[in-house]
Design a protein around this ligand. Sequence first.
Ligand code: FE2
Length: 258
Amino acid sequence: MNAPSHIQPLVTAGAAPDPVFAAAAHADPLDHAHLRADFARQGAFLYLDRFLSPELTSQLAACALALVGKVNRNYLPRHKQGGSISRHTIDSLAPSIAQLYRSQALIALLEEVCGETLLLCPDQDPHAYALYYYTRPGDHIGWHYDTSYYDGRRYTVLLGVIDNSSCRLDYVLHTRETDKPHEPGSVQIPPGGLVFFDGDKLRHRITALGEHEMRVSLTFEYVTDAGMRPWRRFISNMKDAVAYFGFRQLIRHRKANT
Ligand SMILES: [Fe+2]
């Protein structure tokens, strides 16, 4: 299906072939070394308040607003409340976001920062790239790790898209390391800002949305080994259906692949 005409493509004809190149090119080799050192020092965590270009950021915001009607709302008492749009819906309605996920310049930069070869998530993973919407007062997610069900490590890129909110990403570094003291932190991620982390190591939460506020973030997931044991796949699917994208999405995508 082609994207509806109101969803602007992130890359226009004649533009640079890689949409994130301009942002990645900001950092010279010395900066890359600093980014990698910061990432390692913070136990596989990096925050940059400016990463995407303003143009790309506003195109992402326009995409996010155009997709509001497709948001799947979810509510887990005392843990999370909010909305999300999976990679399957993005593939249908905003494929330029999928193009950004596959950006070679972005992946090369992330690999340099984390020091590992990164792979795209398999086609059936609804979290590979997804939009998360905080639109109603109280929308939040409580303290958690982004547990990987893959055989290898899974790294998360969180990009700020829209932020007219008081929401903060609260986190604690080094909770899985025995030789370092825990280090709490808190950031409000502006549109165009980036957080890059290993979800199994970072304890984090998003604080509750206030009245008349709105926040949208975009996440990309990359793995070091795309294998997943069948029982882990089952748990992962159930968690995604209940907590994020709904059973309809899971069943529809399964039918499409059988
Ligand atoms: Fe998370």
